[in-house]
Ligand binder design. Structure first.
Ligand code: DX5
Ligand code: ZN
Length: 230
């Protein structure tokens, strides 16, 4: 996984057909997705449950590119090895998930994955200051984690600007997760984000049997985000 700041669209399979993950992953990649975003929820750190390492391992062979695993679980550390063995390229943990984020990030890199750190909407940028040399990605949550299809929280745009300034030239992706669509994508791209997670806005109107809308949705989000560079 090489580093660049080009816009990457990362569809979240939280909005896919759960009975058909393999075909859904192949369909979104064929339709232009850059990364596949995989939301793991435990019913404890967030009020919803999805799936764990076994499901990630099962879908891995159906993803050609980057498998971006977002862990909304606490504790995190006992499961890092399992998600790394399942083939995650990026493993993102929440800074709010425990007292020992530093140890968690060490463990993710030691397991051979890129390390991501996610911030809930109420968490300030200062929380990441001492982790900048240990992370490959910082995920700014623009909804409260737990569910797809929520409304974008506009106060987070200022947070993205602050984060972009703090990161400087370091090779760290800024990822946005929640409520991304062609209207909100340019706002976060202009603020400095380069990885855009989108669930409902990518999967709406399509299916594995009719994947063309996925492609149109991805192109629309990408064009809106890249438009701010023109
Ligand atoms: C929220 C998840 C997101 C979610 C985004 O807890 O982390 O990845 O699927 O869904 P949308 O794009 O529908 O807000
Ligand atoms: Zn997510």
């Amino acid at each position: 996984m090489s580093f660049d700041r080009k816009i990457k669209i990362a569809p979240s399979i939280l909005a896919a057909d759960f009975a058909n993950f393999g075909a859904e992953c192949a369909a979104i990649e064929a339709q232009g997705a850059d990364w596949v975003h995989v939301d793991v929820m435990d019913g404890h750190f967030v009020p919803n449950i999805t799936f764990g390492p076994a499901t990630c391992a099962a879908i891995r062979p159906h993803i050609k590119g980057v498998m971006d695993v977002h862990l909304m679980i606490a504790p995190v550390d006992p499961y890092i090895e399992g998600f790394a063995k399942a083939g995650a390229d990026v493993i993102t943990a929440h800074v709010e998930a425990g007292a020992h984020t530093h140890r968690t990030l060490q463990a993710i890199r030691a397991a051979g994955a890129k390390a991501g750190l996610a911030l809930n909407p109420g968490t300030p940028v200062s929380e990441v200051e001492y982790y900048l040399e240990m992370v490959d990605l910082i995920c700014v949550m623009t909804v409260n984690p737990g569910f797809g299809g929520q409304k974008f929280i506009h106060s987070q745009i200022e947070k993205v600007k602050q984060l972009r300034a703090l990161i400087g030239d370091r090779p760290i992706h800024i990822e946005i997760d929640g409520g991304v669509d062609p209207v909100t994508a340019p706002l976060v791209a202009a603020a400095g984000a380069n990885v855009l997670v989108a669930g409902s806005a990518v999967f709406k109107g399509g299916s594995v049997n009719n994947p063309a809308p996925y492609g149109e949705n991805i192109r629309n989000i990408r064009a809106a985000a890249e438009g701010v560079w023109a």
